[in-house]
Ligand binder design. Structure first.
Ligand code: DC
Length: 220
């Protein structure tokens, strides 16, 4: 099986690139951030405190997070409920960043991610794919961009989805999220050993995809 791991900070364009690359190569795209967001959504929608590691950790093993592909698109489920749209808010993103620092949460979601890559050619994006989830991935990429550019992209994304937002606030949230994701004790966001760094600040989507295809070609 071929696996392409794409890690990087929030707003670097991981999902856009991973989706395009997977579509062109006929691989399955797996957005692991959506899995963490689904779990965060469970707690937030029940009014629970995502800062409370003890209660989040004691419940996370019982929460049924699932992934299904509908017309080729990844959908995430909490039990029977499709929550794919509801997880796309900055509140859920920040909550996901918080709960993903808890070892029990990461342990409860690891098997699901590895199982998906075991039976399929995949492009998987996240924070710890090349370092922890798929350390033997065929190609590992660390995709990054300047914080200003990432804030601009998130702003455009939220505005297109009809959400009101403020670009300075988004930039601040991204900086907080980067800090939390990079400094947590377990599986922090790092450039995995053997990963190629791509800085997409001044690159078009097609240019980044081309760079990825080159890496895939030279690895296979
Ligand atoms: O990629 P995203 O913004 O949807 O991810 C939301 C949060 O989930 C991110 O801030 C950290 C966490 N996450 C993680 O810890 N490990 C992953 N493989 C993917 C996401």
């Amino acid at each position: 099986m071929i696996s392409i791991a794409i890690d990087g900070p929030a707003g670097a364009g991981k999902s856009t690139i991973a989706k395009k690359v997977a579509g062109t190569l006929g691989y399955t795209y797996i957005d692991t951030g959506a899995i963490y967001r689904t779990m965060a959504y469970y707690f937030i929608s029940r009014g629970m405190d995502v800062d409370n590691e003890v209660s989040v950790s004691s419940l996370c093993g019982r929460i049924k997070v699932g992934i299904k592909y509908i017309d080729g698109a990844q959908h995430v489920f909490l039990g029977e409920i499709d929550v794919s749209d509801r997880i796309r808010t900055s509140e859920v993103g920040a909550g996901a960043s918080k709960i993903s620092a808890y070892p029990a949460v990461r342990a409860s979601l690891l098997g699901l991610q590895r199982d998906m890559a075991a039976n399929d050619n995949v492009v998987m994006d996240g924070r710890d794919i090349g370092s922890v989830v798929l350390p033997n991935a065929t190609v590992k990429i660390y995709l990054t961009a300047s914080v200003e550019e990432r804030a601009r992209r998130r702003y455009a994304e939220y505005t297109a989805a009809g959400q009101e937002c403020d670009i300075e606030k988004i930039k601040q949230e991204i900086e907080e999220r980067d800090h939390r994701d990079m400094t947590r004790e377990i599986s922090p966001l790092v450039c995995a050993p053997g990963a190629e760094v791509i800085d997409s600040s001044d690159m078009s989507i097609d240019e980044v995809c081309e760079a990825v295809f080159k890496l895939v070609k030279s690895a296979s």
